[in-house]
Structures are given as C-alpha cells and as structure tokens.
Design a protein around this ligand. Structure first.
Ligand code: PLP
Length: 402
C-alpha cells in the first residue's frame, strides 16, 4: 500500500515557512544561535502575561471533580459566556454564550467553519498575500480557494472580490491584522465589502459568509481593528490566544457567530458537530478555564512596537522597502532592485533568489511566493530585539552586494 496521492503531493510542496525554519536550525548548529538572524517563523517569544501563570497555578491546585472529563463539544457554558462578553465588546454587538464555540486554535476553528459552510466544489475567496495554510484547510473540506489581488497598499480590493464572486462562493475569507502584511482593513473597507456581499445575495438568493480570521486582533499599534459582526449579518469570527497571550502550543481559540445570521441555529449546530467529528471533540479543558479569566489580558504589545521600530530603521538604512505594519509582528518587504554588477542571473524582484542571497549573511526570511505574492518577502520580528539590532550590518552588506 502507498499513502494517499493528495498527501503525497502536499508533502512534495511543503510549507516554505517550515523549510526556512529547518534551515535555520541547521545554520544555528553550524554558526551558533546568536550568529543567525532567524526571522522565518511566527512563533511568539514574548512570554504570556504574569496573570496567565497565576491563574494556571490557581486552577491546577483546585480540587474540582470532573475538571478533566468530557464536556459539551462547544465548550464549557460559563467559558462561552465569558468569551461572548469579550467578543460583544470587540465586535460591537450583543451576543451570548450560545453564539460561541470553543476551538482548537484558529486553525481548528477555521477547519470547523469550512466543514460547516462548504460543499464539495465550494469556493472561498481570499486576498493575496495570505496565510498559505488556508489552501490546505479549504481542501480538507472539498473546497477551493479563489485568489484575488489586494490594492498596492494591501487593503482589500473590493472590485476584485466582486469579480470573483460566483454561485459557488460559500465564503469570503479575510485576515486583519494581516499575516504577512501587518495591514488592518479600515471600517470603510469592511462596510464596502458587506455592501458587495449583500448585493450579491440579493442577486443570487445566497448571501456568502464572511469569515474573519483574527488571531492578531490584539497585536495592533494604536489602530482600532474595526468590528465585523456588527456590519454584516453572515459573519463568522475565528480568533485564538496563540498570539494575544503567546499560547500557540496550548491550542486554544474560539468561533463567534453574528446574532442576526440567517440559519444561525443550523450554523451553530454545524460548528459544534464539525468540532466533534473532526476529532477535536472539544477545545482543551484547562485552557478554556484559563482564558475565561483572562478576557482583559494580552501580551505587552509595546515590546513588538519597539522591535518593529528597530527593524524598520535597519531596513530604511539598507534601502529595503516594506509595508508599514499596523499590527502583527511581521514585516512584508519588497525585493530591492539589484545593485551589484555581475550578481547572479535571477531577475530583479525574484524573492526566492533574494532569500537565498540573504542566507549568505545568515539572515532568514520567507519568500513572498509562500504567501502567493512573489517579489516580496516576510520577516517575523517575534525574536529578541538584540538579534534584530545585531542584524543591521548584515542587512546593509546584503543589500549592497545584491
Ligand atoms: C493568519 C493566521 N491564521 C491562523 C493561524 C493559526 O493560528 P492558531 O495557532 O491559533 O491555530 C495563524 C498562525 O500563525 C495565522 O498566522
């Protein structure tokens, strides 16, 4: 017997982020960890806030019977109530626990959503550049992504989304603050998108869902992340604590559904069923109880802001253009025009070649091709500020010799 063809193909085109991560591990072994400027992976290094450890210890010491047992697949009712209050504030609506399903991170949440709203052959519209795992998540449920470009400032191109809508469109998927660009879509853009989807619904009799993937909602630099649920009735929010509390290994997140959604009961029942039969069964019990007590906590975003400023100063000096990040901990940079005479033959704007070139200076980033946007590359600045500052000379040398 052999493994499934689809999996074999997927393994052949494995994630560029993972590839860079593995190369980084090798380079660190060879040169020492402090000599390698590894900006490849979005694994937050800022520790969870102290309140997390306090509540963790408190709950671990409690002698509460049944606290490790099965529970309703949607999660503990009191946790769903607590998160509904948080989501109500953020999304400027009134929802209660019956609108929340606890999820195994945003990745688990997105899979539950796609399983619930997609039929085989359904289309999900997504704007480039985007988090590449979306492609596999859609394929898990027989759906496919339809990619459209964003505007030059990486805001959504509403007209392009309009052209991509079809009778097969199950959902439009957005991610703000965005990985990899750091863009936060403004309220007017969300309003225009909602108008577009309503007009499409009036014409076809089918309102697409708007799925908003928001794990970076709380990593924003003095810019409001506008609400979605209050703007469009068929919205589904997917959020997690992987970035806002630096808990990616704990796999905890949630899904929130709009209060005025048509077929809301069906959607909720579908999400709960999907969470069960995808094998998640329920989100991790202890983490549910912890995040319910931390609805006002988040990591210190000022740390990321300081790193962003240090990093952008280095890029400015090296003459590398970037999209100014409004949130997240990513810098999306334009491959600079070639400067050096007789440099390798790859054309200007070749992100794969530029990433290879940077590697010679022990700088690791991810090619934009890994996000559906060639000619660009992503650096993750969830690394110590000392490493960022120490990379200045390497960046200047790399840019000069490109
Ligand atoms: C845009 C985006 N969505 C979803 C995820 C998955 O997050 P989680 O760890 O909550 O599953 C990530 C992780 O990096 C991400 O960048």
């Amino acid at each position: 017997m052999a493994i499934a063809v689809g999996i074999k193909n997927a393994l052949g085109s494995s994630s560029m982020i993972r590839k860079m991560f593995e190369e980084g591990t090798l380079l660190k072994k060879q040169y020492g960890a402090d000599k390698v400027f590894d900006f490849s992976i979005g694994n937050p290094d800022v520790e969870p806030p102290p309140a997390f450890h306090e509540i963790f210890l408190k709950l671990a010491q409690e002698d509460r019977k049944g606290s490790h047992g099965y529970m309703p697949n949607a999660g503990y009712p009191e946790v769903r109530e607590a998160l509904a209050k948080k989501a109500s504030r953020e999304q400027q609506v009134h929802i209660d626990g019956s609108h929340i399903v606890m999820a195994v991170g945003a990745a688990g949440g997105l899979n539950s959503v796609f399983k619930t709203v997609c039929d085989p052959g359904s289309e999900i519209i997504v704007s480039r550049p985007y988090f590449m795992e979306y492609r596999a998540y859609a394929a898990n449920h027989g759906a496919q992504l339809v990619e459209v470009d964003t505007l030059p400032d990486f805001n959504l191109d509403i007209a392009a989304i309009g052209r991509a809508l079809s009778e097969k469109t199950a959902a439009v998927l957005i991610n703000s603050p965005n990985n990899p660009t750091g863009k936060i879509y403004p309220a007017e853009t969300i309003a225009a998108l909602a108008d577009l989807l309503r007009a499409h619904g009036n014409k076809t009799g089918r309102l697409p869902y708007l799925v908003s993937d928001e794990p970076y909602r709380e990593i924003a630099y003095n810019i409001e992340v506008p609400p979605i649920l209050s703007v469009y009735s068929e919205s589904i929010i997917v959020n997690s604590y992987s970035k806002s509390l630096s808990l990616p290994g704990e796999r905890i997140g949630y899904i929130a559904v709009g209060p005025d959604m048509h077929d809301r009961d069906d959607v909720m029942n579908g999400l709960i069923y999907a969470t069960r039969v995808l094998g998640f069964v329920n989100a991790p019990a202890l983490m549910q109880r912890i995040v319910a007590e931390l609805t006002d906590a988040r990591v210190d975003v000022a740390i990321y802001a300081g790193r962003r400023d240090a990093f952008t100063a280095i890029l400015d000096k090296a003459g590398i253009e970037y999209a100014p990040p409004e949130g997240t901990f990513y810098l999306f940079c334009k491959v600079p025009p070639r400067r050096a005479n007789g440099a390798a033959n790859a054309p200007a704007g070749d992100d794969l070649a530029f990433v290879e070139h940077l590697k010679k200076f022990l700088i690791l980033g991810v090619p934009g091709a890994g996000f559906g946007k060639s000619g660009w590359l992503r650096f993750a600045y969830c690394v110590d500020e000392g490493i960022i500052r120490a990379s200045a000379e390497a960046f200047s040398k790399a840019a000069e010799s490109w």
